[in-house]
Write a protein that binds this ligand. Structure first.
Ligand code: UD1
Ligand code: UDP
Length: 388
């Protein structure tokens, strides 16, 4: 009998759990006789609505290991993860490790795997904001540069890798010193296509919050440079209040726990008071992925500093205001469906005026064909031979 390849998948945060569901689904549907996936959850996210809800809803296999690391400073959180992941690599002896995106869980996996010469498959490789004050920028650069197979969701990401010295003509066998880079489309697009119809059938979120289709704005805010900076956070909510009142439009805001924890402390007192008492503003707990897709699908505009949500806006053909000074998803800006407004009150309000009145935006298909996860599994299988 053919020996299965053993993959150790590292997840830790909400978006990584969602991303991993695409690969787990591909394995279950097409590669279950060839790939044995072991899932390690670092526990970076741990609230039920930041973690468990996704396993139940997206039918992801329960993690084989949970390190339960929880929150902490970058150094202590990452160090604890490295130690825990190292132990599991030694125990499981995987043929390779899958890492997603750019979180501290990604970085910890990359360091632990490299030191033990476990080959790394990086999904979402090559993305760059060119802002090294973002913790994610450091994490993604370091992870890319010790990976063996690098899967970029966009052409820009692929080109970024080439600019950093990755060769396009390396030949097999691939290693961290002789890596292979790919442009393969986005597994999050796979997910949106797969779950969109299921969300329509199962989600009751619009009814729950009395939201009318195409008559509300969806907003998410969690990026550290917004939440931890009182001026930026106040600017963002001042702009949101202004857009809501000027357009008589509801805002539904599923708030990340990071933001909830600092809202009162970091908002100016008048903005906080108005936010809590304004009839247009619905601040709610983080929602499940099916509820989130449903909210995105029927919004008239999305306002976000999330990497994943700005892309999902594009997948679902919604205009989007990006509350960041740069984005790694530059295509969204180039095609005109998204406007980068940073945390500037006037820029955010002007962007809303532009996007709410512009009905002719186009959304060319630039994130692949919805089968990125199958492609990635095929490439893993053709490039890695089981160790034992
Ligand atoms: C992390 C990632 C970020 C990603 C985001 C997705 C890093 C450096 N950042 O940011 O790239 O966009 O996840 O959501 O890895 N908290 C809870 N409950 C939870 C999780 C977090 O209350 O289940 C609170 C804690 O107060 C914690 C804070 O949120 O200190 C920040 O959590 P952390 O995982 O450190 O970073 P995120 O901001 O979530
Ligand atoms: N998401 C969700 N519920 C929420 C907010 C976001 O399911 O309340 C999903 C969203 O649809 C996307 C992912 O979480 O798939 C994005 O995660 P997040 O914004 O936390 O992180 P980022 O993408 O910025 O790293």
């Amino acid at each position: 009998m053919l020996q299965k390849i053993k993959i150790l998948t590292i997840i830790g945060t909400r978006p990584q759990i969602i991303k991993a569901s695409a690969i787990s689904r591909a394995i279950k549907n097409h590669f279950k006789n060839a790939i044995n996936e072991i899932i390690l959850h670092t526990g970076q996210h741990y609230d039920t609505n930041m973690s468990e809800v996704f396993f139940n809803e997206l039918k992801i296999p329960k993690p084989n290991y949970n390190l339960n690391i929880g929150s902490g400073t970058h150094g202590s959180q990452t160090a604890d993860m490295i130690k825990g992941i190292e132990e599991i690599i030694v125990k499981e002896q995987p043929d390779c490790m899958i890492l997603y995106g750019d979180t501290n869980s990604t970085l910890a996996g990359a360091i632990a795997a490299s030191k033990l010469h476990c080959k790394i498959v990086h999904i979402e490789a090559g993305l760059r904001s060119y802002n090294k004050t973002m913790p994610e920028e450091i994490n993604r650069i370091l992870c890319d540069h010790c990976s063996t197979l690098l899967f970029s969701p966009t052409k820009t990401g692929y080109q970024n890798l080439i600019k950093e010295g990755f060769a396009v003509n390396n030949t097999s066998p691939f290693t961290a010193d002789n890596p292979k880079i790919y442009y393969c489309g986005d597994i999050m697009f796979d997910n949106t296509l797969h779950f969109s119809e299921i969300a329509s059938q199962k989600s009751g979120i619009l009814k729950k919050y009395n939201l009318k289709k195409n008559a509300y704005v969806l907003a998410t805010i969690h990026r550290d440079n917004n939440t931890d900076n009182p001026e930026r956070l106040s600017n963002i909510f001042e702009a949101i209040l202004s857009i809501a009142k000027n357009n008589n439009i509801d805002f539904v805001i599923p708030l990340h726990p990071r933001t909830t924890k600092v809202l009162k402390e970091n908002l100016s007192s008048d903005i906080y008071y108005e936010l809590m008492n304004n009839k247009y503003i619905k601040i709610i707990e983080p929602v499940s992925f099916l509820d989130m897709i449903e909210l995105e699908k029927h919004s008239i505009l999305i306002v976000t500093d999330s990497g994943g949500v700005q892309k999902e806006a594009y997948f679902l053909q919604k205009p989007c205001i990006i509350l960041r000074p740069q984005t790694e998803w530059v295509e969204l800006i180039e095609h005109g469906s998204s406007i980068m407004a940073d945390a500037d009150v006037n820029k955010i309000i002007n962007a809303a005026n532009t996007l709410l009145s512009n009905k002719s935006t186009s959304f060319p298909p630039i994130f692949g064909n919805g089968k990125a996860a199958d492609f990635i599994c095929e490439e893993i299988l053709s490039n890695f031979i089981p160790i034992k």
